[in-house]
Design a protein around this ligand. Structure first.
Ligand SMILES: C[S@@+](CC[C@H](N)C(=O)[O-])C[C@H]1O[C@@H](n2cnc3c(N)ncnc32)[C@H](O)[C@@H]1O
Length: 294
């Protein structure tokens, strides 16, 4: 027997959406519905009502969201290019804008597969939860993928997410992604390096959910302009990539010109800035010099 009938359930979810809107949540109705579905175990659309205990449990979840705990953290899952990844405290929550960045890397990897008829070698530097690496493996069936992450909690999660979503397809390595010794065996042999490194400039105001729940190690790129890590990734990518191969790296909207210049000075020929779905400058796409082919 349901404690809430179908009408009372929908009214409760509607009121939760209004409460989340007042709290400043960006997508209040969607979040209210997803929190309800988390407890119901299925689509709200199909629910005839809710059982005893739903009201109190739902109020608790909505209260956490109203206090601006990220939805993914409450649900324990996050979504990326159609994949459902586990989300854990202490590990960066993958963002929608990164789907476009991963898409550019996937396109470059597919071009290698179709033009050269072989499995492309792809490296994800600063892998976090493993979202990009898992997406590349899932969407480019022939790709051989490596992922590097320095933080122990993120490393463990990346291993689990990649193994579940692309079994046996991603080698997840612990270490400093900018250190020449890490993946040195792949130097000069990689077709695509993709990276979403820490790049936030020092002291730049972050939204309350980012500041409260994403680790500083994942956010701040180092230095006043946030470019220390991204510049080191450009250098490391230049060593990993084969001639004519592609680097795709996410960055802050204000870092496009500096990173294009850095890439051109580090052995890349073409360097362009790509935009995210909101039209903001969001990633560097650079091609490694072909003239350096021995
Ligand atoms: C912005 S997060 C991105 C994570 C993931 N690529 C994504 O898009 O969700 C940056 C990640 O880089 C990791 N990181 C920071 N410095 C690093 C380094 N020197 N080497 C490897 N990983 C690093 C952080 O721990 C964090 O997981």
């Amino acid at each position: 027997m349901n404690a809430l009938d179908r009408y009372a359930l929908r009214r409760t979810v509607r009121e939760a959406g209004q409460m989340l809107a007042l709290a400043g949540v960006a997508s209040p109705e969607v979040d209210a519905r997803l929190l309800a579905e988390h407890l119901l175990g299925g689509p709200l659309l199909l629910a005839d009502g809710a059982p005893e205990g739903f009201t109190a449990a739902y109020a608790a979840l909505v209260g956490r969201r109203a206090a601006r705990e990220p939805l993914q953290r409450i649900l324990g899952v996050m979504w990326f290019r159609g994949l459902e990844l586990e989300c854990r405290p202490g590990v960066f929550i993958v963002r929608p804008e990164t789907e476009v960045v991963a898409g550019a890397a996937i396109e470059a990897a597919r071009a290698v597969a179709s033009e050269e008829g072989r499995g492309p070698v792809v490296v994800d530097l600063c892998a976090g939860s493993g979202a990009i690496a898992a997406a590349v493996a899932a969407e480019v069936p022939l790709a051989r993928v490596w992922a590097v992450e320095i933080d122990a909690a993120a490393l463990a999660l990346a291993r689990e997410n990649c193994e579940r979503l692309a079994p046996g397809r991603v080698e997840v390595v612990g270490g400093d992604a900018t250190a020449p010794a890490v993946l040195a065996e792949l130097d000069g042999r990689v077709d695509v390096v993709v990276s979403n490194p820490p790049y936030v400039p020092a002291g730049e105001v972050e939204d309350v959910e980012t500041a409260g729940y994403d680790p500083d190690l994942a956010l701040y790129g180092g230095g006043a302009d946030g470019l220390r890590l991204p510049l080191a990734v450009v250098e490391r990518a230049a060593a990993l990539l084969s001639p004519g191969a592609v680097l795709v790296m996410e960055h802050d909207p204000g870092q496009g010109a500096a990173l294009r210049a850095a890439a051109l000075g580090a052995g890349f020929t073409e360097a362009v800035t790509g935009q995210d779905l909101a039209g903001r400058d969001r990633y560097l796409r650079a091609v490694k010099e072909r003239a350096s082919r021995a």
